[in-house]
Design a protein around this ligand. Structure first.
Ligand SMILES: [Zn+2]
Length: 418
């Protein structure tokens, strides 16, 4: 299998960049026209639902044929069947049509669902409020600090330059249609950036390569969010990393969560502010931990990452566990970290494979002997001892087991050194 076959795959990230424009009114007028167009096309499609059986491309072409006066061809100048007056560039219409197609599909599936449950049918929306997506032809000169947009000034359409907060456009990247979102006090440009992925060799081919390295990760409910170990293809230990911050996370969230619990009764307070803070802190730590794991893999040329598959093992066990340890604990953040990690590693061409969670923390990685956690002051410590006398860090042992299981999963012969 040659490696070139697995090249040429892409991923898309969306940058959210502040946009500054003097002619905010033009932007708002354009957005109004965009939403009026969506409404008009929504109504047409809602009447002519048979159009939805076509491919999106053909549906779009048919809607254009039904509503736009042709500028060329044999029907040039003829007024089409469902013509309505609206001075708007073709590419704004196209964006609006695509949005309308999406909205009608949602509406119809909601109606079907309500019908099945014998509930009241959802009402047809009277208006829409979508942010404008600027297709090619509606924007130009999109650079790392500015963009030129085609906007309506109340009389005509004209090109207007807007400033963007500085952002890096990566090499080899392709910029896709930006969406401009107007908030109360600021404006954001959502700019999708399409980039090639470093390496998309499927995992089973990847594992056949020489000198493959795997990283095993063990998530914990201690100050160590995660323990990572790197093994070579023979199971030889190369490096480890302990990612801490769990206690700090617990403390920061605990203070806020305490306030929510304190004021729950008898007065029901609006806690959205506190929940918002908890959400932000959780995101911050999930991002930080997943970033550190990803960087650890990149620095050490790891191509395969592995952790235990808790979700598929026993969903009840997982949710019981979570209830017991609480959502705002290091282990409660595990799913969020994994979600971030999946995305970050994929971009870097690192693949994830999960292993079964059984025995990971109950067996010694060196001899498979049953292990016991050491007790100090009647409390379980983070050290272990196996029945054959091996000792070490309880979670390090877990991470080693994960990495070993990952190698075995792909038929690697492993020699564990004593
Ligand atoms: Zn042992």
């Amino acid at each position: 299998m040659t490696e070139d076959i697995w090249k040429n795959s892409y991923y898309t990230t969306t940058y959210k960049v502040r946009l500054y424009i003097k002619q905010l009114e033009y932007l708002k007028l354009t957005n109004n026209i965009y939403n009026e167009l969506i409404k008009k096309y929504f109504d047409i499609l809602y009447e002519k639902q048979e159009l939805l059986d076509m491919s999106s491309f053909n549906c779009l072409a048919e809607l254009e044929r039904l509503t736009i006066i042709p500028k060329t061809g044999p029907r040039k100048g003829e007024i089409p069947e469902l013509y309505f007056e609206q001075d708007a560039p073709l590419y704004l219409r196209r964006a609006a049509i695509n949005q309308a197609i999406g909205n009608v599909k949602i509406q119809l599936s909601n109606e079907i669902r309500a019908g099945e449950k014998k509930q009241k049918l959802p009402t047809v929306p009277k208006a829409f409020n979508h942010p404008t997506i600027f297709y090619k032809g509606m924007y130009k000169e999109l650079k790392g600090n500015s963009i030129t947009l085609k906007l309506y000034d109340g009389v005509e359409w004209k090109w207007v330059k807007a400033k963007l907060a500085k952002f890096e456009i990566p090499e080899n990247a392709e910029i896709l249609s930006p969406t401009i979102v107007i908030y109360k006090n600021y404006i954001l440009a959502h700019i999708p950036i399409k980039q090639p992925i470093n390496d998309i060799t499927p995992i089973r081919f990847r594992m056949q390569k020489d000198n493959i390295r795997v990283c095993g990760v063990m998530f914990t409910n201690t100050d160590k969010f995660a323990v990572c170990v790197i093994l070579d293809e023979n199971g030889k230990f190369l490096k480890s990393k302990f990612i801490s911050g769990g206690n700090e996370f617990k403390e920061r969230t605990g203070k806020i969560y305490g306030k929510i619990k304190k004021y729950r009764k008898p007065i029901k307070k609006d806690h959205s502010n506190y929940w918002g803070k908890l959400y932000k802190i959780s995101n911050h730590y999930a991002h930080k931990v997943s970033r550190e794991i990803t960087d650890f893999c990149i620095e050490n040329n790891v191509k395969v990452l592995s952790f235990a598959d808790y979700k598929n093992n026993d969903e009840n066990m997982e949710s019981n566990y979570k209830r017991r340890v609480g959502l705002f604990s290091p282990i409660g953040l595990r799913e969020k970290i994994i979600k971030d990690l999946t995305y970050k590693t994929f971009k870097e061409g690192i693949l994830i494979t999960k292993v079964r969670p059984n025995y990971i923390l109950r067996r010694c990685y060196k001899c498979r002997g049953v292990i016991r956690r050491k007790i100090k002051d009647r409390k379980e410590t983070e050290k272990f001892r196996c029945k054959n006398g091996h000792e070490g860090d309880y979670y390090f042992n877990g991470a080693m087991n994960v990495a070993i299981m990952c190698l075995k999963k792909f038929g690697k012969e492993i020699q564990i050194q004593d």
